[in-house]
Write a protein that binds this ligand. Structure first.
Ligand SMILES: *Cc1c(COP(=O)(O)O)cnc(C)c1O
Length: 364
């Protein structure tokens, strides 16, 4: 195995695509943003971004939020009532990464179905509970996560999406797309964003993940539904003022950082192929469809806490997802050369062949 290239800058931060920092050009766009009071609808950059995202997603309207967690929380709040049930994929962001928000904010219980972050229309129908039943909580919402974060950036099969949302509509059940990384799903599948979002009542997208903006997410849907979201955004404390500072970054990102997501996918693939070749790493390459790698550490490899610590010593930053499970995410602030080095380091550590950091490495 070749020695990792000592000229490649460290650290190589693969913890998340949220660690990306605004480039000089994005900062220039932020500095030039036309702003106003967004709660009066007077922030030009935000109005422009909302229109742009609505058009991209094929919806009537879109609304800016500070975070994707808040778009998720408001979507569930608007589409359900306390005591309702929402059906979600296994290990959904809604259930696992929002500190119990849907229970606290909406009084909704979540039922997880399927496997590997996806489920079928048949599985959905089998889990649905009728409205007005003596015993069951009424199922009023189905949420799909595309791509699926904890399951390794998997793209939800679009044919199944269509069937699930059609079945939902037939049963008076609302549908929500947690599309924090919908951009990645569009690039990986070659399908337009509007096609991916079409079956859903509400769709969210994030600016702060692979697109590289400093913050912000949007909800998109019918004018009537988005109108209702305005109230809950305010209720949850997410209505802000000169939001154009963020929206300008989002507009810049949509212009410059969308198509290049294919590079992140290729880099994740490169890392994935090297990891999958090691007997000490458990990784199904079929799950490496976008920019996220979630892999297991086999018997003989360190546990994830030790693995992450050793990788850090070598200048590669990762996120432990379980006792023997690790996540690595590629993004616009890691180059192909850095991903090549990271792949070598990650295999070496799994196989117990770790060496000290090359002394010539810079630490920028
Ligand atoms: C990151 C993410 C969100 C939102 O996260 P924030 O950090 O609150 O912006 C929502 N859903 C998924 C699937 C995500 O990966």
């Amino acid at each position: 195995m070749p020695t990792p290239d000592p000229t490649v800058p460290l650290p190589i931060d693969l913890r998340s695509d949220t660690v990306t920092r605004p480039s000089a050009a994005m900062r220039a766009a932020i500095a030039a943003a036309a702003v106003g009071d967004d709660q009066y609808g007077e922030d030009p950059a935000t109005n422009q971004l909302q229109e742009r995202v609505a058009t991209l997603l094929g919806k009537e309207a879109a609304l800016f939020f500070p975070s994707g967690t808040m778009t998720n929380q408001v979507a569930v709040r608007v589409l359900t009532r306390p005591g309702d049930e929402a059906i979600v994929s296994r290990e959904s962001h809604l259930g696992w990464h929002e500190t119990g928000g849907v229970a606290a904010n909406s009084g909704v219980q979540l039922t997880e179905i399927g496997g590997r972050g996806v489920f079928t229309a048949a599985e959905f129908l089998a889990a649905c509970k009728p409205h007005g039943h003596l015993l069951h909580p009424p199922t009023t919402l189905v949420a799909i996560e595309n791509t699926h974060n904890r399951m390794g950036g998997i793209v939800f099969p679009q044919d199944e999406v269509g069937q699930i949302c059609a079945a939902a509509r037939e049963h008076g059940i609302a549908s929500y797309l947690d599309g924090a990384r919908l951009w990645n799903a569009a690039v990986a599948s070659g399908r337009p964003l509007a096609e991916l979002a079409a079956p859903f009542d509400l769709t969210s997208v994030a600016l702060s993940k692979g697109l590289g903006a400093p913050g912000g997410s949007l909800l998109a849907g019918s004018r009537a539904l988005i109108g209702r979201c305005v109230r809950y955004r305010r209720m949850m404390g997410g209505a802000m003022r000169q939001v154009g500072i963020f929206s300008a970054a989002g507009l810049y990102a949509l212009e410059h950082n969308l198509e290049r997501l294919a590079d992140d996918h290729a880099n994740a693939r490169l890392i994935g192929e090297r990891l999958a070749a090691s007997r000490r790493i458990v990784l199904d390459l079929d799950t490496v469809q976008t920019n996220i790698l979630v892999f297991g550490l086999a018997t003989g490899a360190p546990d994830s806490a030790e693995y992450v610590a050793r990788a850090k010593e070598r200048g590669v930053l990762l996120f432990a997802f379980g006792p023997h499970k690790v996540r690595a995410v590629t993004h616009l602030d890691v180059s192909r050369a850095q991903c090549e080095v990271a792949a070598e380091v990650l295999v070496e550590i799994a196989e117990g062949r770790a060496k000290p950091v090359a002394s010539g490495a810079s630490t920028t």
